[in-house]
Design a protein around this ligand. Structure first.
Ligand code: DP6
Length: 330
């Protein structure tokens, strides 16, 4: 029988960035070019169980019940190697991961996936790590995963190196009842994933200006968030999303993530706000529009988004930290 501490299960939420991470100063270590700020998304979850065992000849990885091969498995194995090296462990692992949000709905799952894998994997390997260490570890698997380790609203500081590039909570989930009403515009697989996209960022002549101005936007966004001042928050969040897309569109090769429906919704949202409805947009490396609003405005935002012809909507509120759970309760 394996030692009980060789198995652990963890849960983590994805997050939506208000100030975006785009581009690394060190790609293999995922040391970002700029700091970023996000909100964990409650209700959306990845649950991951890691078991290190003598009976395994190689790592086994299953996501949503499907055995993984190729690049997806290799990315998990590389992350397990970091955990094994730290714990002085040679055992292979079985990793079982499930998302409760629809696969292919265009919601990035790498953040919740690597946050849950880091928390479960470290515990299964017998490591006792501080939250900051778990966040830095999660960052190595997927940059945005660093922000899904602490709870609520989190800030990922660039740091000087591997050990101090991690995210911290700047406010708990209860701080501000915001909602993220996600308009699912496209379910298709992205032509260019984030990892390839980050590597292209520096080919845009606009990236240097984006990176130089990001700390100021982050400071404005953080102050508006802490003061719960939606009007200021809305303008800086939209500006940060759009400047990231300007970098994407001017990279070599260029990356166009928006669909016509994306731009139509962006323009509608700005009109709705001018008309008094508190809502703003932010868009990741895909076509979906995240409509951010105070929770009490969410039903009206959802109604208007549907009236524009969007049929699939997923709504989320501020979420908690990545944490170990009893697998019996899964
Ligand atoms: C546009 O964290 O998904 O969502 O480190 O390669 O896994 P990898 O990239 P990832 O990049 C996220 C990019 C973004 C903006 C953000 O979430 O900050």
């Amino acid at each position: 029988m394996p030692h009980p501490s060789y198995t652990a299960t963890a849960v983590a939420c994805p997050n939506i960035a208000f100030i975006k991470y785009w581009g690394n100063r060190d790609d293999p270590l995922r040391l970002p070019s700029n700091p970023s700020l996000s909100m964990n998304l409650a209700g959306l979850e990845t649950v991951t169980t890691v078991e290190f065992s003598e009976r395994l000849a190689e790592d086994q990885v299953s996501i949503g019940g499907q055995a993984q091969t190729g690049a997806a498995r290799a990315r998990v194995t590389a992350h397990l190697d970091l955990i094994r090296a730290r714990a002085g462990l040679a055992l292979k692992a079985c990793v079982e991961s499930r998302n409760n949000f629809p696969a292919g709905a265009g919601i990035a799952s790498s953040a919740s996936a690597f946050a849950a894998l880091s928390v479960a994997g470290a515990a299964a390997a017998g490591l006792t790590l501080f939250e900051a260490e778990l966040s830095a570890l999660a960052r190595r698997g997927s940059g945005s995963a660093a922000r899904s380790v602490p709870g609520g609203f989190t800030e990922w500081r660039v740091g000087a190196g591997d050990a101090d590039s991690f995210a911290v909570s700047i406010a708990p989930p209860e701080h501000w009842a915001l909602a993220d009403v996600i308009a699912v515009i496209s379910k298709g697989h992205k032509a260019t994933g984030s990892t390839e996209g980050h590597a292209l960022a520096s080919t845009s002549p606009l990236q240097a200006a984006r990176v130089a101005s990001a700390p100021e936007r982050l400071a404005q966004c953080k102050a508006a968030l802490l003061a719960r001042h939606f009007a200021t928050f809305a303008e800086v969040v939209e500006a940060d999303s759009t400047i990231m897309h300007a970098v994407m569109m001017t990279s070599q090769p260029p990356l166009f993530y928006w669909e016509p429906a994306t731009l139509a919704l962006m323009k509608a949202i700005r009109e709705w706000r001018a008309g008094g409805l508190p809502v703003c947009f932010t868009i990741d490396a895909g076509a979906n529009v995240h409509c951010l609003c105070p929770a009490e405005a969410a039903p009206e935002v959802e109604r208007r988004v549907r009236a524009l012809g969007v049929t699939e909507i997923i709504a989320a509120t501020p979420g908690g930290p990545a944490r170990l759970i009893d697998p019996a309760n899964v």
